[in-house]
Write a protein that binds this ligand. Structure first.
Ligand code: 8YV
Length: 329
């Protein structure tokens, strides 16, 4: 891709109209207007001919796909913050730059997490189901009782941008903020949030009322909440996951929910998306959402604009702002 020329950009999924329009103006584009998911063979064909590939969480850009990439492929501009769909190490070894879209979906994802933190203990989804089933016979002092969240302990796993945005909201709802992270956050942030740092995830899990998963999925966090760790949770604890399904051993979680060993779960992400364990679907203690944490029109346009800026900067011969660096993996 000679500096200044229009790069040939292949986008794997349908993006919001204003983003596709702007991409058409700036780049040679191959857009997926039908939004049909591309097969591995189609992805291989794409990396053979594109200068830039724009994948999403639903495209597995594996070492096998990358091994077929043409000389032209210099940039993978992911439409999304998590890059666990891409074998970033192999891409880097082949001299391919990878970018993502951090920051612009922080507040939306934090809102959705807070919604689940409220919805699960207060049985929101169940209440709607009861209404639709015609079960509402009038108010009763003992019907549909949930649990208060005010004053409870929230343990956040992963205190990056999203974790901190959740902590700000949760503090306003009267929750006590606890967190586990690779590093302690800045003392000023910790003071503002009145947050308690737990170096030991095990110790934190054993003491929380609600646990929220907000770390990326990396080889180091795969099944971070293993069967052994999940067992540390108290029977009244709730777990919420808006990060990646792979961080929790979903089978172990399902077994514990069925056995009543934890009180409930709010899940926006699943280990084998789009497949969802039927036992989770059947369980009243679980509120399920179809990976919609960042699903706002505003957020998706902001994500698209980030992708455009990353491609344009790269095509103009500069370092794109949202490069994924080895330290982030
Ligand atoms: C995105 C997400 O919608 O950005 C992420 O990491 O999980 C989602 O909110 C998705 O990744 C788009 O590719």
């Amino acid at each position: 891709m000679p500096s200044g020329s229009k790069p040939y950009v292949i986008v794997t999924r349908k993006l919001p109209d204003p983003i596709e329009t702007r991409m058409r103006e700036l780049f040679e584009t191959d857009l997926n207007v039908d939004d049909r998911e591309m097969s591995q063979d189609e992805l291989i064909a794409a990396v053979k001919k594109a200068d830039v590939l724009v994948p999403t969480v639903t495209d597995r850009i594996s070492s096998k796909v990358l091994s077929q990439a043409g000389e032209n492929l210099r940039l993978i501009a992911n439409f999304g913050t998590g890059v666990d769909n891409i074998d970033v190490e192999t891409a880097m070894q082949r001299g391919i730059t990878v970018t993502n879209t951090p920051g612009v979906l922080t507040e939306d994802t934090a809102d959705m997490t807070m919604a689940l933190i409220l919805a699960v203990p207060r049985r929101l989804a169940e209440g709607t189901r009861e209404m639709r089933a015609g079960h509402f016979q009038g108010w009763s002092p003992t019907w549909m009782l949930g649990h208060r969240i005010y004053g409870k302990r929230l343990g956040i796993i992963g205190m990056g941008r999203i974790g901190q945005a959740i902590a700000r909201r949760a503090k306003a709802f009267g929750l006590q903020i606890h967190y586990h992270n690779r590093q302690k956050v800045h003392p000023q942030t910790e003071a503002e949030l009145e947050a308690t740092y737990w170096e030991s995830l095990d110790q934190m899990l054993a003491r929380m009322d609600i646990v929220s998963v907000n770390c990326p999925h990396t080889p180091g966090t795969f099944h971070l909440l293993s069967a052994r760790r999940l067992k540390l949770l108290q029977p009244h604890a709730y777990i919420v996951n808006t990060a990646r399904g792979e961080v929790i051993d979903e089978n172990a979680l399902t077994r514990m929910l069925e056995a009543g060993e934890i009180a409930g779960a709010g899940l926006d992400v699943f280990e084998h998306e789009p497949a969802v364990n039927p036992k989770l679907l059947a369980n009243e203690r679980v509120t399920l959402l179809p990976h919609m944490g960042s699903a706002t029109i505003e957020g998706r346009i902001d994500m698209g604009e980030k992708v455009i800026i990353n491609i344009k900067t790269f095509a103009d011969g500069h370092k794109p702002p949202d490069r994924v660096l080895p330290a982030m993996l």
